[in-house]
Design a protein around this ligand. Structure first.
Ligand code: GLU
Length: 421
């Protein structure tokens, strides 16, 4: 790594940038320094090594993490990602973001997150199963329905959750559906969970568009990423009458000013959200982000909107479907240019909200209809959006800082009531 590359990696360290916003939010709320000291890092981070017998007979040892940010409010909650670029700091930042989401949405949880450095796109079904089971065995002491409840994230899905739930249930010698959310319906999953994150993003877009008097019908939408969040979001926007003029995956992007055929693309994408490989007339992800549009939704990975491309973004509203897609500098530039950014911890919390519904249903053993899930999700998205929007207006801060202020307060208060600070 050259010095300049290292410099860039450090400035884009998602943990550091999150800590800076947490600090400002706590200062604005008048909390003393020790509250920041408690909340700046997870309470617990476990690093595990997972040996997996590969199909060719060799053994590959994977490294994984589970971070539990704060459990003052309740058990920790958050997804598990399998990705070659997972780092410990990323998992820590992701666990803090989960605490903020749970705080903003009043869910009875603190934040947690897991990650394994692995590329499931290059692994067989059997190898992914062995890795999923191995990871759960490795972290089993610190997780459980009343301790820390995992869920899907980047490159993990219902099948991964099913293997993990089965492994945990075997170890504990009882069926434990409440151990993990995002399960297939057959194994206690909730109706509406698969599309919950994107449905939540669509609701937030609807509310943000109302505030800015943007008519969604006929509006131009660009979505970066065609995985669980991006693909269904493109579908929901398409169904709402918007023109989805750009989408992308890890390999390239598609652009059609007249609107892409989203139902066709959905049909053709693979389980990792890859679809652009089928086309030759692709553009780059960089070009995609700079397309003129009304609503831009980064729904892929971190650090996509930076100081380098933020000056060239031509959207009216940026809604963060991914976790951490905008660097602090990128955010500042968008703000200065009058582009509203609806932050990740508000925009994409529909996933964990329906995960909470799933856990409640598992604990009750009584299951809700899809309409009930969607009605409750809609109400919670609107309530949280309005609370953050009003905080931003009354405190004269951007929506990210407002969301952090709303989210951090509950953790701080719960920690104080427990006598920790
Ligand atoms: N991985 C999702 C997120 O980042 C969902 C977490 C959950 O459902 O617990 O919010």
């Amino acid at each position: 790594m050259t010095t300049s590359q290292k410099g860039l990696a450090e400035t884009n360290d998602v943990l550091k940038s999150t800590q800076a916003v947490i600090r400002t939010a706590l200062e604005k709320l008048g909390y003393p320094e020790e509250v920041y000291e408690l909340l700046k890092e997870p309470l617990r981070t476990l690093t595990v090594r997972i040996p997996v017998k590969m199909d060719d007979g060799s053994v590959k040892v994977f490294t994984g993490y589970r971070a539990q940010h704060n459990d003052a409010v309740g058990p920790t909650k958050g997804g598990i990602r399998f990705h070659p670029e997972v780092t410990e700091n990323e998992v820590k930042a992701l666990s803090i973001w989960m605490s903020l989401k749970c705080g903003i949405f009043d869910l009875p949880y603190g934040g947690g997150k897991g990650g394994v450095i692995a590329d499931p796109r290059n692994m067989s079904f059997r190898e992914i199963e062995a890795l999923s089971r191995g990871y759960i065995r490795a972290i089993s002491q610190i997780v459980g329905p009343a301790k820390d409840v995992p869920a899907p994230d980047v490159f993990t899905d219902g099948q991964t959750m099913a293997w993990m739930m089965d492994e945990y249930s075997k170890m504990k010698e009882h069926n434990a559906p409440g151990f993990i959310t995002g399960k297939p319906i057959m194994l206690g999953g909730s109706l509406g969970r698969v599309t919950a994150t994107s449905k939540g993003v669509a609701i937030v877009i609807r509310e943000a568009a109302k505030k800015q008097e943007i008519e969604l019908k006929g509006s131009k939408v660009v979505v970066q990423g065609f995985g669980n969040v991006g693909s269904y979001l493109a579908k929901f926007m398409h169904d709402m009458g918007a023109k989805v003029i750009g989408i992308s995956d890890a390999y390239g992007a598609l652009h059609d000013p007249n609107g892409l055929d989203i139902p066709y693309l959905l049909e053709r994408r693979d389980s990792f959200g890859t679809v652009t490989k089928l086309f030759t007339n692709t553009i780059t992800n960089k070009e995609l982000l700079e397309i003129e549009c009304d609503i831009l939704v980064p729904a892929a990975l971190e650090n996509q909107i930076t100081e380098e491309n933020a000056p060239f973004i031509k959207a009216k509203i940026v809604v963060e479907g991914a976790n951490g897609p905008t660097t602090p500098e990128g955010s500042r530039i968008l703000d200065e240019r009058g582009i509203t950014v609806v932050p990740d911890v508000l925009a994409n919390a529909g996933g964990v909200t329906v995960s909470y519904f799933e856990w409640v249903q598992n604990n009750q053993g009584y299951y809700w209809s899809e309409e009930e899930v969607e009605r409750k999700l809609d109400a919670m998205m609107v309530k949280s959006f309005n609370e953050v929007y009003e905080t931003a207006n009354s405190r004269r801060v951007d929506m990210r800082l407002a969301a952090y202020m709303v989210g951090v307060r509950r953790m701080a208060e719960a920690s104080r009531l427990r006598g920790w600070i």
